[in-house]
Design a protein around this ligand. Structure first.
Ligand code: SF4
Length: 473
């Protein structure tokens, strides 16, 4: 079994990848339409609750408690799940998790499996890894199915096919779904029916299913999956063997903690008061559902994230994707630009921490406007983590020199004022100097490094210090 490429690490840094994505006008139209629709729905249902801020605070406090007591809670979960008939496995990294799943599937005599939508299995590159040992994994979530049929990668946590419109989806079905009906149209109910018929055959014949979990209850050993389509319920009940790959941060101490998260998650993710399907299972129930139940507890870098007092906030994420839908950078660049399984603001803080020394451009893929922090149901201070991670990045030599010069100027007021005077003298030569708001779009080197990706404002004709001296003298 060979290790698949790491899906947490993009091929190109964010600025280069974003430039490619920004050149796709249809993609940007699709993204704008989809993110604004979900964002408006979310705002409507959140405003119905007077205690929304209390719920956010409660969610944040429960997740902080989990971070502080993770080792004990994991052992408690293992004991409860084992007592209920499940087998618990521990995976240090992606390769170990993939090996465990592959051995279980092969041990069950299967060469194919059905999958519930799961970020953890994408994170470890499970499908690609299983392929190398002759096992085919079939996605059953509609959006994941579209992406898999297209040979593409997801671009959104919750709506992986957000970058396709319905006409493009019809074309993907026509080209890649062998049992797509003749005369398939792009009417959404017609597309959904085609997918339903296609998947139903798989559900009835496949003996192994793989899932993730939204939550894992330590005191009872229960796993919880929330979904909208019912495909997850089919995977979790029909096959004989069920394998769930669960990030260790998914734990909640008690069943009653779900009261908070069952209100936070559906409202923040799909903009619904409650999600259509919630499946919970605790080990094995004789004669009902899968009789061979496995849980793979996945670390894959989470322990080192936990060691960072600021960065560890990212482990509270419940993968609702609200931060993606409000992010101006995500809306324009799209998920593929991040080159990581986790895109958007959560990807910008989680992926670099899970892959130290890599994904270093992602913390810079933000305007620091703070919309993500306002939207996050568990109050992860994403801007704070972004700034923290920016400080840990190894700067290039030119940047190091620039920052050193800037620090020196700011430490010496006379030199700083002289530099400002020089900048103003340079700006006076600019042909449009009288238009105060006119930005410089192309500066000569080394300023060109800055204006290659963003505008630079012309220096003000009068500084605040000069104004102060003139007015208050
Ligand atoms: S960081 Fe917050 S808003 Fe973003 S996906 Fe995670 S829980 Fe949702």
């Amino acid at each position: 079994m060979t290790d698949a490429p790491n899906p947490l690490v993009g091929a190109a840094p964010f600025p280069a990848a974003a430039r490619v994505e920004l050149g796709k006008p249809q993609l940007r139209r699709n993204l704008r339409h989809a993110t604004h629709t979900i964002r408006d729905k979310r705002l409507r249902v959140v405003s119905e609750l007077d205690d929304w801020e209390d719920l956010r605070a409660a969610g944040s406090a429960i997740k902080a408690h989990v971070r502080q007591n993770l080792p004990e809670l994991l052992v408690e979960f293992e004991a409860a799940a084992t007592a209920a008939g499940a087998t618990v496995h521990w995976a240090r990294d992606a390769a170990e998790a993939c090996r465990i799943v592959a051995n279980l599937v092969i041990g069950a005599g299967a060469t194919e499996l059905v999958k519930v939508k799961s970020m953890a299995t994408q994170e470890i590159g499970l499908n690609e890894s299983l392929e190398t040992v002759g096992v085919s994994a079939y996605e059953t979530d509609l959006a994941e199915l579209i992406v898999q049929l297209a040979g593409d990668t997801p671009s959104h946590i919750l709506v992986p096919a957000i970058h396709y419109n319905r006409t493009e989806i019809r074309d993907i079905f026509r080209q890649h779904m062998p049992d797509a009906p003749d005369g398939l149209t792009d009417d959404p109910p017609v597309l959904a029916e085609a997918a339903r018929t296609h998947l139903r055959r798989r559900f009835m014949t496949t003996k192994v299913a793989v899932s993730g979990a939204n939550f894992a209850i330590a005191s009872t050993g229960t796993l919880v999956v929330l979904e909208s389509e019912g495909n997850g319920r089919m995977c979790l009940t029909l096959p004989e063997t069920l394998i769930s790959v669960v990030g260790v941060e998914k734990l909640l101490p008690d069943f009653t903690d779900l009261e908070v998260f069952m209100q936070l998650l559906p409202r923040s993710s799909t903009g619904e008061r409650m999600n259509p399907y919630t499946s919970m299972w605790t080990g094995v129930t004789p004669g009902d559902g899968p009789q061979d139940v496995h849980v793979v507890l996945l670390d894959n870098g989470r322990s080192s994230v936990l060691a960072d007092p600021i960065g560890r906030q990212a482990l509270a994420c419940i993968r609702c994707s609200a931060c993606l839908n409000v992010c101006p950078v995500y809306e324009r660049a799209g998920g593929h630009a991040y080159g990581s399984v986790y895109p958007g603001p959560i990807g910008a803080i989680l992926s670099p921490q899970l892959t130290p020394g890599r994904n270093e451009s992602l913390p810079f893929a933000s305007t620091l406007c703070g919309a993500c922090y306002d939207a996050c149901p568990v109050r992860i201070n994403i801007p704070e983590v972004l700034i923290h991670l920016r400080q840990t990045v190894r700067h290039r030599p030119a940047e190091r020199v620039a920052f050193r010069i800037l620090a020196d100027l700011m430490a010496h007021p006379r030199r700083y004022r002289a530099a400002l005077r020089a900048a103003r003298a340079g700006a006076a030569l600019h042909p449009r100097r009288h238009r105060v708001a006119f930005p410089v779009r192309r500066a000569p080197w080394p300023g060109s490094r800055w204006t290659a990706a963003r505008d630079a404002p012309l220096p003000a004709t009068e500084t605040f210090a000069d104004w102060w001296a003139r007015e208050r003298a």
